[in-house]
Design a protein around this ligand. Structure first.
Ligand SMILES: Cc1cc2nc3c(=O)[nH]c(=O)nc-3n(C[C@H](O)[C@H](O)[C@H](O)COP(=O)(O)OP(=O)(O)OC[C@H]3O[C@@H](n4cnc5c(N)ncnc54)[C@H](O)[C@@H]3O)c2cc1C
Ligand code: SF4
Length: 433
């Protein structure tokens, strides 16, 4: 009977362990099924690939992933780790570090979807001498990595004295984490520089959903020193950066998009939506999201026109027009229409069906349209945007529609297209490191 003293607790422990494994298996299958049904199968950039022959199913990678439990990025199916929600992976890489048997490799792209990355030297220079790249554009995602690269790239540029005869030593394009750190480094080194940002300080972080928990690691910001943040929120992080920008009197030129970079007399001519700059070097810290495509309609410069939905709640009580026929347009229109207090949402698309969008989003549009909270106008085009209305052409008839906000989701110009115009070499990775 004495052996029962040991046997019972062991049986209980084993039972709990088996139950937990079973629950994880079920949850992983569910997450994988949801991703498959929604067609969300391609990771955006850097992501793990698990070797099933090496994997011992310990689950350390799942515990280590900072995106969990909010998102089930990795799961355990039949005792082996798998990337069950590929599109949610943002390439933290903590899984690879945690794996005790080296079963995880981090790669870019998949066999079916290549990821284009510029060729960059270890000192951040491209094949075009004087054009540098830092942050996610070069393949190195995450806030801390982008901050580190922005700082280090400017150190490299600064070390290349003597300065040129150009008006500026450096133009920094983009004010996400990489461009922000680069700008602080250039200020610390007393370089002659400008930072041009097409939207607002923060880059990708500015676009996160409200209240998003941001997982990061301590990083050194020039002038400021070590920032020991690990877990924070989008708002706290942005406030911290804005406070630093104000304190050190850094002047980032926001709402100014760089449209071209041309080689001129050993330096560069950078043309933006607001002016021209002659510089000896250019640092591209533009991330990988690209530049939103414009409609080209009169009145598009009005402040009520935006190119990304940040918070559906901000449109309560407003007449909103969403333009576009892809997933982001459908998601923007439906998520606004679903918020209490909205219900005057118009979705305009020039095509005659939403054939490019995922079935799930099309179904959502149909369901909400039936409730009357969303109106769809196919084969329609924006003719002009005015302060309190928009003119929409539909079947050769132009209608004036009352309107307070316009969200244009008409796709974007990818950074690789921009890089090619500058002459930067690009390689495509199909599931390789
Ligand atoms: C949903 C989501 C959640 C994430 N969560 C985390 C997290 O918790 N922790 C973490 O570490 N990382 C996270 N990341 C990743 C992280 O946000 C990015 O890796 C990081 O912001 C990259 O910084 P960057 O400066 O290289 O580029 P970005 O942040 O993309 O900034 C690039 C900037 O360049 C500007 N720009 C682009 N083109 C032009 C142009 N032609 N002219 C002027 N300006 C231009 C853009 O407007 C943008 O502001 C997340 C990403 C996403 C999408
Ligand atoms: S940490 Fe490594 S061995 Fe453990 S489940 Fe993940 S991939 Fe498999």
């Amino acid at each position: 009977m004495e052996f029962l003293v040991y046997l019972v607790p062991m049986a209980i422990a084993l039972g709990i362990y088996s139950w937990r494994r079973h629950r994880l298996h079920e949850r992983s299958l569910r997450a994988q099924g949801e991703a498959m049904n929604s067609g969300l199968l391609e990771p955006a950039s850097l992501h793990p690939v698990v070797d099933p022959l090496k994997c011992i199913g310990c689950g350390s990678c799942i515990k280590a992933c900072p995106e969990q439990p909010e998102h089930h990025v990795l799961g355990l199916i039949d005792g082996k780790a798998q990337l069950v929600s590929p599109t949610v992976c943002i390439g933290h890489g903590a899984c690879r570090v945690a794996c005790p048997v080296g079963a995880i490799e981090l790669v870019f792209g998949t066999a079916t979807r290549g990821v284009e990355l510029p060729r960059v030297t270890p000192w951040f220079e491209t094949n075009v001498p004087g054009i540098f790249i830092a942050g996610e554009l070069g393949g190195m995602g995450l806030i801390r990595n982008a901050v580190e690269q922005g700082r280090q790239a400017v150190e490299q540029i600064h070390a290349r004295r003597p300065r040129g005869d150009e008006e500026l030593d450096l133009v920094i394009v983009g004010a996400g984490p990489a461009g922000f750190a680069a700008s602080l480094a250039a200020l610390e080194r007393r370089m002659r520089f400008v930072t041009l940002e097409q939207e607002s300080l923060g880059g990708c972080v500015y676009q996160y959903p409200r209240g998003k928990i941001v997982m990061t690691q301590p990083a050194r910001l020039p002038i400021v020193g070590e920032i020991r943040l690990r877990t924070t929120s989008k708002e706290e992080l942005l406030n911290l950066w804005r406070e630093i920008e104000r304190k050190v009197d850094l002047k980032i030129r926001c709402q100014e998009r760089v449209e071209s970079v041309q080689r001129v007399n050993g330096g560069f001519l950078v043309r933006s939506t607001a002016g021209e700059y002659r510089a000896h070097n250019v640092l591209l810290a533009i991330g990988r999201r690209g530049t939103p495509r414009k409609l080209g309609a009169p009145g598009e410069e009005l402040p009520k026109v935006v190119y990304r939905l940040i918070e559906p709640e901000q449109y309560v009580g407003q007449q909103v027009l969403v333009v576009g026929g892809g997933d982001s347009a459908l998601e923007a229109a439906t998520s606004i229409a679903e918020v209490n207090g909205t219900g005057n949402v118009l979705l305009s698309y020039r095509g005659d069906a939403f054939s490019r969008a995922k079935p799930r989003n099309r179904e959502r549009v149909t369901a909400i349209e039936r409730t009357g909270r969303l109106k769809v106008m196919l084969k329609s085009q924006v003719e002009a945007i005015e302060l309190e209305s928009v003119a929409l052409r539909c079947d050769d008839v132009v209608r004036q529609v009352a309107n307070y906000s316009v969200i244009v989701s008409a796709g974007g110009v990818l950074p690789s297209e921009f890089l090619r115009t500058i002459g930067v070499e690009i390689e495509t990775k199909f599931g390789t490191a």
